[in-house]
Design a protein around this ligand. Structure first.
Ligand SMILES: [Zn+2]
Length: 612
């Protein structure tokens, strides 16, 4: 069971030590604080409670348990976080029958089969007549065998009449099942008895992770076949939104240069490495995503965009700047000289020119602002006004206030207009929501099928939580076993809570106290629950007397009951008045009776109900 693994991993790892690997923590009373890794801040509001095993940021209200932290900071899903932490804790996930069928094992198997497929493709490319079209394409692109081998390039043959050469090879010698090959994305799902290889008659580029494990493939068609590029489908091993082509070969150089060059295509990456620009990578099958930026941003301070010179490339670069800025990473834009189509073409013609172009890259906002000002500088009144509008729309996208202000002043100076009026327009533009949401990830034009739009997590507004509901929710979070008894003994139902989070916490804990953990709550509730847990509660220190806890709970229950009765009194009384106004005397009398019965049980509440 994943639940047991979660508990086991948590018990073996020290929350402070794990979080301390990402955030510098200082002790502050019973808790530790540091600068939040999830939002920019200068004074620490990120809090970790070793006692409660939760973390919470008072600034951006992110929070949760150990797993939530790893999910957030590594931008991975729960399953991947579990694998990562289990690995660190020395917990074997494969042991249980359920885990054996789980993602971890399927991922490993897909990676194994991908490695076998890659060896097969590489063999076909270099050692068989079938590989000749691939060798010809590489010759055409000036990629020699040593370089191609470094990147693991191979050739997927047409596969004979059954179009299944790889499938036959891997199910035969490779000992794989067809289902496993489908799972790894190497063959199409079976139709009847027929199994077809996914990649046929294509040059194949393995997409590997930092440890050079083959997660999936990108495959380029020969000639004009469509689609030009085809990628592995998302699987347990391959996630196109996080995979980065070339990262295994580029990582060391990225760390050394504190920067990474991002290009659009596989051949661009290979060409850049050939020209000695080894910190070059590409997103594969999608436009640059936040996940990719986030993982590159952990090892590089600056991302240098070196996209194709056409309109599509310029649009993609402009969008990528927003994605990078949203992650708080520096973006630069590299312009290719001499009308070069892409880095690959430039390197084939003039490698030093490419190296120089990368060195000459400029801050992205500067490049975008320059383009916006265009002919406006020193132009007519109309041209300057139009340029000011374009400049405002660029400025509105800069998330960081100081940077925005500096570029605003520069734009005002260059257009010879007052910074104040430009600033007024900017404020209006930002208020009107002209500022683009940066989290939209746009489909790469070359690969429409592989594009992805990231869905923002639906946000439930934080509703006010009355203090007594917060108190009780906190007790229940710390001692879920008390919740079930409380529900039976006091008859307190979840519906009596006004705050939805408190209601769900109480409901979940009282229904299944033994199985209750923070993980049982949805993302928003988990955050809010962490927020409740990091707050100091003197009445409820661990050493507090059981009697004191009972008293506290009884007080909370009484207040929640009373509040529920008060709300009922208000609504019945309103209903009664409406019935009376509308001449429904019988209804009104029935409601009045109900009202007095309720009020008899809670005489002290009567005067809090407005009487008309
Ligand atoms: Zn924060």
């Amino acid at each position: 069971m994943a639940g047991d693994a979660v508990a086991e991993v948590k018990s073996r790892l020290d929350l402070i030590e794990v979080i301390g690997g990402y955030v510098t923590l200082h002790r502050a009373g019973r808790e530790l604080t540091g600068l939040c890794p999830f939002h920019a801040e200068k004074t620490p509001s990120f809090t970790v409670s070793p006692e409660r095993q939760v973390w919470y940021c008072h600034g951006c209200h992110e929070g949760g348990d150990l797993f939530k932290f790893i999910e957030q900071i590594e931008r991975i899903d729960f399953r991947q976080a579990l694998e990562m932490l289990a690995d660190r804790a020395g917990v074997e996930l494969e042991s249980g029958p359920r885990a054996a069928r789980g993602t971890g094992r399927r991922r490993r198997r897909s990676i194994e089969l991908n490695a076998k497929a890659q060896a097969y493709y590489q063999h076909v490319l270099w050692a068989t007549p079938a590989g000749e079209p691939g060798r010809a394409l590489l010759r055409d692109r000036h990629v020699d065998e040593a370089l191609a081998r470094q990147f693991g390039v191979g050739f997927a043959p047409a596969g004979g009449p059954g179009e299944d050469a790889l499938a036959r090879y891997l199910t035969g010698k490779g000992g794989a099942t067809v289902d496993e090959l489908v799972e790894a994305g190497l063959v199409h799902p079976q139709r009847g008895a027929r199994t077809r290889d996914r990649f046929r008659d294509r040059l194949v580029f393995p997409i590997r992770d930092e440890r050079a494990e083959v997660l999936g493939f990108g495959a380029r068609a020969l000639g004009e076949a469509k689609p030009k590029y085809l990628n592995s489908p998302d699987s347990a091993a391959y996630h196109k939104s996080s995979a980065i082509f070339g990262i295994d070969l580029a990582r060391t150089a990225i760390v050394r240069e504190h920067a990474t060059v991002i290009v659009e295509g596989y051949f661009d990456v290979i060409a850049a490495h050939a020209a000695g620009v080894q910190h070059t990578v590409a997103s594969s099958g999608t436009a640059l995503t936040r996940e990719q930026v986030h993982s590159l941003g952990r090892i590089a301070e600056t991302l240098i965009l070196c996209f194709d010179g056409d309109d599509a490339g310029r649009v993609a670069a402009t969008r990528a700047v927003d994605v990078i800025a949203a992650e708080g990473v520096q973006a630069r834009i590299c312009r290719l000289p001499g009308g070069a189509k892409d880095p690959d073409e430039l390197v084939r013609r003039d490698p030093p020119a490419f190296v120089q172009a990368v060195a000459d890259s400029a801050p992205a906002w500067q490049v975008l602002l320059d383009a916006a000002l265009g002919a406006g500088e020193g132009g007519s009144v109309d041209a300057r006004r139009a340029a000011a509008e374009r400049a405002v729309s660029v400025l509105a996208r800069i998330p960081e206030a100081t940077t925005r202000e500096l570029y605003l002043q520069q734009a005002a100076r260059r257009l010879d207009i007052g910074a104040r009026s430009l600033s007024t327009d900017l404020a209006r533009s930002m208020r009107d929501g002209v500022r683009r949401p940066a989290r939209i990830v746009v489909t790469a034009p070359a690969e429409p099928a592989a594009g992805a739009v990231e869905e923002p997590e639906p946000v439930e507004a934080d509703e006010p939580m009355p203090p007594w509901e917060a108190q009780l929710a906190r007790v229940v979070l710390i001692r879920p076993e008390l919740a079930a008894a409380l529900r039976t003994d006091s008859g307190l139902g979840p519906d009596e809570f006004t705050n939805p989070t408190a209601r769900r916490i109480y409901d979940a804990a009282s229904t299944d106290p033994a199985g209750f953990t923070l993980r049982r709550l949805g993302g928003g509730d988990q955050r809010r629950a962490a927020g409740l847990l990091v707050r100091e509660v003197p009445e409820f220190a661990d050493e507090a007397e059981p009697e004191a806890i009972k008293q506290l709970m009884a007080d909370c229950v009484r207040l929640i009951h009373e509040e529920a009765v008060r709300r009922a009194l208000v609504s019945i009384s309103a209903e009664m008045h409406r019935a009376r106004d509308e001449g429904r005397t019988e209804d009104a009398d029935a409601l009045a009776a109900k009202l007095s019965r309720l009020a008899a049980d809670a005489p002290h509440l009567r005067r809090t109900v407005a009487v008309r």
